[in-house]
Design a protein around this ligand. Structure first.
Ligand code: G3P
Ligand code: MG
Length: 373
């Protein structure tokens, strides 16, 4: 039975939304143009190991597994998280969420960067962020043959950053070279830094260097060349993100702000960099491409009109990006955003929902209602 058109707040902050009620009504056509894009942290998960129960139910609903829909509704995941090769992360998420994600259903912060960094395939690059050498494995999975990580540099010259010692494990995977002979072409931050002091120092060294060589300084005339010899690329602009701690944590965007401040005070220049990740166009354009590849993969029309609903917890990345891309947006209260004291989000969503399940149910009924008019 179709519900009447609900007011925005009541529909999604009401008590229980029936999780067993069928969602399909004979009086309304199936929403064939409907698709979802889900953020991960703060929407499907809170922290590394905490999958929200609503998330599992929603994905079973959309895949048709729970029988409440006559056929699946397509979706993909778009996260500013990363730091693990796409294939590995997809397998881990499939197991955690209890669904089988295909290669076209996951966009990590760095997935859209793969094509962009092809120009560095045969050049030395410094890859930063993430745990251990996981980001080196991401870079190598993108065809970057000379990917070095901060631990390699510190293993070469411990005095370059003497505030933290390499662990035994790090000594095990570090690949020290004579970096005084290696000109770096780029510094790629593929996930959040796990040692801000070290990573700010190394990026500063490279961005102020002559020809990307550690231990040199770009002096005099070429210092005026703001761009310098090394391209700096960030994969995620999130200043805050939601882990399993109840208060948002600092993300890669906070790291970049710190680096910008240190670079300005030590060089007098504004830090030149390229930014990927939500809410930026490259990430949403790439995600739309992936969604349409997925539609083709499941035998649906990849070119047809789509009504995509982005479900996110961060107005600055998820909602802003969806709005700019022309998608509808559902802002949930399980992550960075909260309005317990009437806070108004920085970017207006189509609706605000208590959680992903209430938001998805609303969207399905909204599309059926629109389709029935
Ligand atoms: O490091 C990940 C964090 O910045 C946010 O991830 O999934 O909420 O886009 P997500
Ligand atoms: Mg999030």
């Amino acid at each position: 039975m179709l519900r009447s058109a609900w007011s925005v707040r009541r529909v999604v902050s009401a008590g229980q939304v029936g999780c067993t009620r069928s969602l399909h009504s004979k009086s309304a056509p199936f929403p064939n143009k409907l698709a979802f894009a889900f953020d991960i942290d703060g929407v499907l998960k809170q922290g590394h190991h905490n999958v929200l129960p609503q998330a599992k139910r929603v994905l079973k609903l959309l895949s048709g597994e729970d029988g409440r829909l006559p056929k699946p509704i397509p979706f993909l995941l778009i996260t500013n998280g990363g730091g693990v090769p796409d294939e590995e992360r997809r397998a881990a998420l499939s197991s955690e969420l209890g669904i089988k994600l295909t290669e076209n259903q996951l966009v990590q912060s760095h997935t859209p960067i793969k094509e962009y960094v092809e120009k560095y395939q045969d050049k030395p690059v410094l890859v930063l962020g993430g745990k251990g050498e996981s980001c080196r494995r991401v870079a190598e999975s993108y065809g970057l043959k000379h990917s070095y990580i901060p631990q390699d540099i510190v293993a070469w010259k411990p005095s370059i950053w003497d505030r933290t010692e390499l662990t035994e494990e790090e000594r095990g995977f570090a690949r020290p070279q004579d970096f005084s002979q290696i000109p770096f072409s780029a510094a790629l931050m593929l996930h959040d830094s796990h040692d801000w002091g070290r990573d700010i120092t190394l990026i500063l060294d490279l961005m102020s260097s002559h020809r990307g060589i550690f231990g040199t300084r770009r002096e005099g005339h070429d210092r005026a060349d703001v761009k310098g010899d090394v391209e700096l690329v960030f994969s995620n602009a999130d200043v805050e993100w939601r882990s399993d701690w109840p208060i948002p944590r600092l993300g890669q965007g906070a790291f970049r702000l710190s680096l910008e401040s240190v670079y300005k005070s030590t060089t007098g220049l504004d830090l030149p960099y390229k930014q990927f990740g939500k809410p930026f166009k490259a990430t949403y354009d790439f995600s739309e491409l992936m969604l349409r590849r997925y539609l083709r993969e499941v035998g649906r029309d990849p070119e047809g009109a789509l009504n995509v609903y982005m479900v996110g917890d961060n107005p600055l990345s998820d909602i802003d990006g969806a709005n700019r891309h022309g998608w509808s947006s559902i802002l949930v209260r399980t992550g960075v955003f909260h309005d317990t004291h009437g806070e108004v989000p920085s970017h207006k969503a189509t609706i605000i929902a208590d959680d992903v399940e209430k938001g998805v149910e609303w969207a399905i009924q909204e599309e059926m209602r629109k389709g029935s008019l």
